[in-house]
Each structure stands twice: as structure tokens, then as C-alpha cells.
Design a protein around this ligand. Structure first.
Ligand SMILES: Cc1ncc(COP(=O)(O)O)c(C=O)c1O
Length: 362
């Protein structure tokens, strides 16, 4: 019997493909003929080895990674990366450029500053409450990396095209749009993403590192905070979050085998976002908060004429089987997160509800 599921627009943890959840359910008590659950077996077992190797292989295929990159599964969320990046890659005398596009970029900047590292904030969209992605940025030639946030989950903006950093490796927080579209990985020294939006449950952070960056890491960095520790052991230095890695593997399997890869995923994501933005733009009742050329295809942020209506909208949407539409508490308003596992059908249902709500209150 199918569980009674509703349309899930949560910002993260967020919707996962039903096929992945069903596969977890089906195999939960007896994983891979072991007679034990995936959460009861050793991370050093053959069964778990197969899982982590499959997740690595699928990540490599989906992103078309060559051997100069390594895939890692880390803990501490994307927030731990904010601290690990300056700790690993900024030595005395070296400096990095950061672009500030909202809450999460600002937190990454703060973590470098707490450590007293030399960084320069080369562009910011704070002047317009982060409603846009800065353009025509001049990067410092001597920067050892450039840090950006590809999709700003709270402000609803996204880099449509990555900046030309003239060969300086980009370190990118892709937490809320990883695997939503193809990317030219060669521009990047490190890509990291908390899994709980587009690729899995909370508890694991996917990192894709260009191997030469591992040589930059000073010996003085604590073992558990060094990328090289995990790179040397296929992410198995200590006990990894086994269940989360397993779920990521199933989500990647769905992406490859059911969706058909990142080009197809990107087209579908574009279709979903266009449907919602076009509807919002066509009337005057709802107002998108991000500037048109900076809009996120993942997190559509919008306002209604007043906060009271926004509260009613979110409440009535839930009564109609549409969950998770409240904006982040720091900005208010509404937000529909349209991650990979959110279907076109879900977005159509949302637009239908928005029309009905507007008729009643517009
Ligand atoms: C873009 C982005 N970066 C970082 C984070 C923080 O992730 P975590 O909770 O895994 O530390 C989030 C969480 O929402 C996010 O959206």
C-alpha cells in the first residue's frame, strides 16, 4: 500500500524520490541478503563497501569527473566546510576572494575571519538585500581560491553562469543545487554540498575535490578536519554516516536510471521553475523577490500583498496537501523549493492552489 504522501516544498531536509524511499523500506530489515539492516552492518563490510563505491562511481558519472577529482563523504554539514576551507587552504601569506550573496556566503566569510585568515570580499549583493547575483567581478590575481555559493537557498538567487576567475580555482557551496544541472567541473577546486536538499538526507556532506589541493594542506590541521584524511581512506577514516551515504546512493541511482542524467534533470527543473515564475509574473497578487536574471530554479521566493495573507496562504496550502511553503524565518514571505525530487505535477498543483487563493483574496 502506498503511504499517504503530500507535495513537499520544504527547503531542506526536503523531498526525496519515492523510488529511493521505497527501496529503503523494502530492504530495511535485510540488506543485501545479510540478514541485518543497513544501519546494523559494519562500515568495513563488503556490503557497505559496495554502497560507498557505487555512490562515488555514480557521482563521477553524473558530473563527468575525471581522475583529477576525488569524491568524499564528510560529516558536520556544509557549515563544517565553512571552517575547513580556510583551515586547509589558506596558509600565512596567502589570500582568497569571497563573493557575498547572502546568509550562507556570509557565514563562510565569517568562519575565515574568525581564524584570522586573509580574505577579500570582492563583491556583495547586500545593498539590495541579496536579491541579485553580482556581475563583472574583478578577482584578485593572487587569490588562491574564489569562494561562491551557487544557489542561495534563503534569498532565492542562483548563479546562472559561473564567473570567469581566470584560472583561479572556485570553491563552491552547492548545497542547494548540486546535481540539479550539469556543471563544468574543471573550474572548481572544491565543490561541497550538505546532502539534505537535492541528494539525500541530513547527516552527510558530499565533497568533490581536485586532488592537487590535497597537497596544500598544512600538517598542523587536526586529523578530523583535514580533507586529506578522508581522501586517503575513501571517506572511511572513521565511521561514516552509513545510512545517509546509502540513501545518497539510491537518489543518484534514480537520477541516472529513472531521470536519465543531469541534462534531463536540468530541463525538468527549468520547466518546473518557469511554470511557477511565469504564473507569478503574469499577475500582480504574488511578487517574486529575486531579480529576474538572478532567480533560483531551486528556491522560488515570493511575497503576497501582506504578512497576514502570507500566513493564511501557508496554512491553507498545507490543508490542501502542499507542505513547506513558509519563507525562511530571517526574511519572511513564502518560498517553494523545487528540488530534483519535486515533480512537475506538484508544481502544477501549487499553481492551481495559488490561482484559487488569489481568487478568494485578490
Ligand atoms: C547554501 C547552503 N549552504 C549551507 C547550508 C548549511 O548546511 P548544513 O545545515 O548542512 O550545515 C545550507 C542550509 O540550508 C544552505 O542552504
Amino acid at each position: 500500500m502506498k503511504a499517504n504522501r503530500i507535495h513537499n516544498f520544504n527547503p531542506g531536509p526536503a523531498a526525496l524520490p519515492l523510488s529511493a524511499l521505497e527501496e529503503i523500506q523494502e530492504n530495511f530489515l535485510n540488506f543485501s541478503g545479510s540478514g541485518m539492516s543497513i544501519i546494523e552492518i559494519s562500515h568495513r563490510s563488503k556490503q557497505f563497501d559496495d554502497v560507498i563505491n557505487d555512490a562515488v562511481a555514480r557521482t563521477k558519472r553524473l558530473l563527468q569527473l575525471d581522475d583529477s577529482y576525488q569524491v568524499l563523504f564528510l560529516q558536520g554539514g556544509a557549515s563544517m566546510q565553512f571552517a575547513m576551507i580556510p583551515l586547509n587552504f589558506l596558509s600565512p601569506g596567502s589570500s582568497a576572494d569571497y563573493v557575498d550573496t547572502g546568509t550562507w556566503s556570509s557565514k563562510a566569510i565569517q568562519e575565515a575571519q574568525i581564524q584570522g585568515k586573509s580574505i577579500k570580499v570582492v563583491a556583495s549583493s547586500a545593498d539590495k538585500n541579496y536579491a541579485y547575483i553580482p556581475r563583472n567581478i574583478t578577482f584578485n590575481k593572487d587569490a588562491v581560491f574564489v569562494h561562491i555559493t551557487s544557489n542561495n537557498t534563503i534569498k532565492g538567487t542562483q548563479w546562472a553562469k559561473f564567473p570567469d576567475t581566470k584560472g583561479v580555482p572556485i570553491i563552491c557551496d552547492m548545497s542547494s543545487d548540486i546535481m540539479s544541472r550539469p556543471v563544468d567541473v574543471h573550474k572548481f577546486g572544491l565543490i561541497y554540498a550538505g546532502a539534505q536538499k537535492n541528494v539525500g538526507p541530513a547527516g552527510v556532506c558530499l565533497a568533490i575535490i581536485r586532488k592537487d589541493l590535497l597537497d596544500w594542506i598544512p600538517d598542523t590541521v587536526p586529523t578530523m578536519l583535514k580533507y586529506s584524511t578522508f581522501a586517503a581512506k575513501n571517506s572511511l577514516h572513521n565511521t561514516p554516516p552509513c545510512f545517509a551515504v546509502y540513501t545518497v546512493d539510491l537518489v543518484l541511482k534514480w537520477l541516472e536510471e529513472t531521470i536519465g542524467g543531469l541534462d534531463k534533470m536540468a530541463a525538468l527543473n527549468r520547466q518546473k521553475a518557469d511554470l511557477l515564475y511565469d504564473f507569478i509574473d503574469a499577475g500582480g497578487f504574488y511578487r517574486a523577490t529575486a531579480e529576474p536574471d538572478s532567480r533560483s530554479l531551486m528556491n522560488v521566493t515570493f511575497r503576497l500583498p501582506n504578512e497576514d495573507l502570507e500566513k493564511q496562504f501557508v496554512g491553507q496550502a498545507l490543508e490542501n496537501g502542499l507542505a513547506g511553503l513558509k519563507g525562511h524565518r530571517s526574511v519572511g514571505g513564502c518560498r517553494a523549493s523545487l528540488y530534483n525530487a519535486v515533480s512537475l505535477d506538484a508544481v502544477e498543483s501549487l499553481v492551481d492552489f495559488m490561482k484559487t487563493f488569489e481568487k478568494a483574496h485578490g
